[in-house]
Structures are given as structure tokens and as C-alpha cells.
Design a protein around this ligand. Structure first.
Ligand code: SF4
Length: 210
């Protein structure tokens, strides 16, 4: 009996859901504002490095009101071990000012409002919506982009195109969780340079191997 591509996709998704059922965001945060800042810091910086920075930073500057007491130069000094820190400091200070001036210090709950904040693109907004607010959104980072291509879920050339393909394939109620399945699969198994295909829980259905 032949197995359709749709059947394979279903098996891959249900296996990833099972294997990565307990997966969570690697970034540490105690509020949606802290999550927003951590995601802004994470561009071109790994999550462990971001956590090292925010563990200290958030002790005294973990709320918009506290962050707003820092100048850009002062924040630069506190985050200078992460890549692009000058730009990130400028954007975090500017975004925090907007949150205080226009949103009473709260992080807005729509993508349209989030992407208006300096330094916040669609991916960051989607992480805040899905991880922070548990709203249906599927952020596509470099791991998800790669894994989606290898598994044959998308041939999209941009993260937005891959996001659209994944959202069409996966039920809306699973979008937020699927973000974690793909990230952890990309980190632990489907590595960019050395995918561990022999040990991969979905190798039976992966078109990369078929
Ligand atoms: S079989 Fe290999 S290429 Fe396919 S998802 Fe698994 S690790 Fe990635």
C-alpha cells in the first residue's frame, strides 16, 4: 500500500509532538516584557549567552520602568557580551519608551502593534505572541527554516514564506507548540552541518533520506 505525503507529514508531526512534548523556550524570563527584551537580545547570539546577561540585567532592570532609567550607553555596557549590542541597546531603550508612553508599560498583544516597536520584526513578534501570550503564532527562526525544508514542509525562500506553509499544514491550536518542536529538533538532532539522521525519530518519513 502506498503512503501519501500527507500521511508522512502527519506521522512526522505527531512524532515530533511526542518526542518534544515537554519542550519550552530556552530563554529565561519572568514577564512578557522580559521575554521581549530577551528575544531582542537573542539575534545572532545564543540563548545561553542571553540568559547569562539577563540573569544580571533583570535583577535591577527587569521592568519597563526600571529599564527606562538606563541611557543607551549604560545599557550597552550591560549587554556588551552579545552581538550587535549597540543596536540592541538603542532599540530596547526606544521600545521601552514607547511601551511606557503609549501602552502604560504593558507589552501589546497584536503583531501589528509589536512590529511598530524598534528592533521588533515579525519573528520576535511571533515569539512574544505565542510564548508570552499563548496566542496562535509560529515564529520561524534559522532552525525552523532548515528543519521545515529538510522535512519537505516548505520550499519557501524566506521565513515569512516558510511560516505561511507551516501554518497551512499545522492546526492553529498547535502553532505555538510546533515552534518548540522544530527548534529543539533542529538543535538536538537535525543540526545544520551534521544532522544525526541515524538517530532521528522521524528518519523513516524524512524526504531528505527517502
Ligand atoms: S532524517 Fe536527518 S535530515 Fe531528516 S529530519 Fe532527521 S536529522 Fe533532519
Amino acid at each position: 500500500m502506498s503512503v501519501s505525503r500527507a500521511d508522512n507529514n502527519g506521522r512526522i508531526l505527531s512524532t515530533l509532538a511526542e518526542v518534544y512534548a515537554d519542550s519550552r523556550a530556552a530563554l529565561e524570563y519572568d514577564s512578557v516584557y522580559q521575554l521581549l527584551v530577551a528575544v531582542m537580545l537573542s539575534a545572532q547570539t545564543n540563548d545561553n549567552q542571553v540568559n547569562k546577561i539577563t540573569r544580571e540585567l533583570f535583577v535591577d532592570y527587569g521592568t519597563p520602568q526600571q529599564m527606562a532609567t538606563l541611557s543607551v550607553a549604560e545599557l550597552e555596557q550591560k549587554i556588551k557580551t552579545c552581538g550587535l549590542y549597540k543596536n540592541k541597546a538603542k532599540n530596547i531603550v526606544a521600545a521601552t519608551r514607547i511601551l511606557l508612553d503609549e501602552y502604560d508599560g504593558e507589552v501589546p498583544r497584536t503583531r501589528e502593534e509589536l512590529v511598530r516597536l524598534p528592533g521588533v520584526g515579525r519573528k520576535t513578534a511571533n515569539v512574544v505572541l505565542s510564548v508570552g501570550f499563548d496566542l496562535p503564532a509560529l515564529a520561524v527562526d534559522t532552525h525552523i527554516f532548515r528543519v521545515a525544508h529538510r522535512l519537505g514542509f516548505s520550499e519557501g525562500k524566506t521565513p515569512d514564506a516558510v511560516e505561511a506553509d507551516l501554518c497551512a499544514l499545522i492546526p492553529e491550536e498547535d502553532w505555538a507548540r510546533a515552534h518548540h518542536w522544530f527548534i529543539w529538533h533542529g538543535r538536538r538532532v537535525c543540526d545544520a552541518r551534521r544532522p544525526k539522521c541515524d538517530d532521528c525519530p522521524v528518519n523513516e518519513w524524512c524526504p531528505k533520506l527517502l
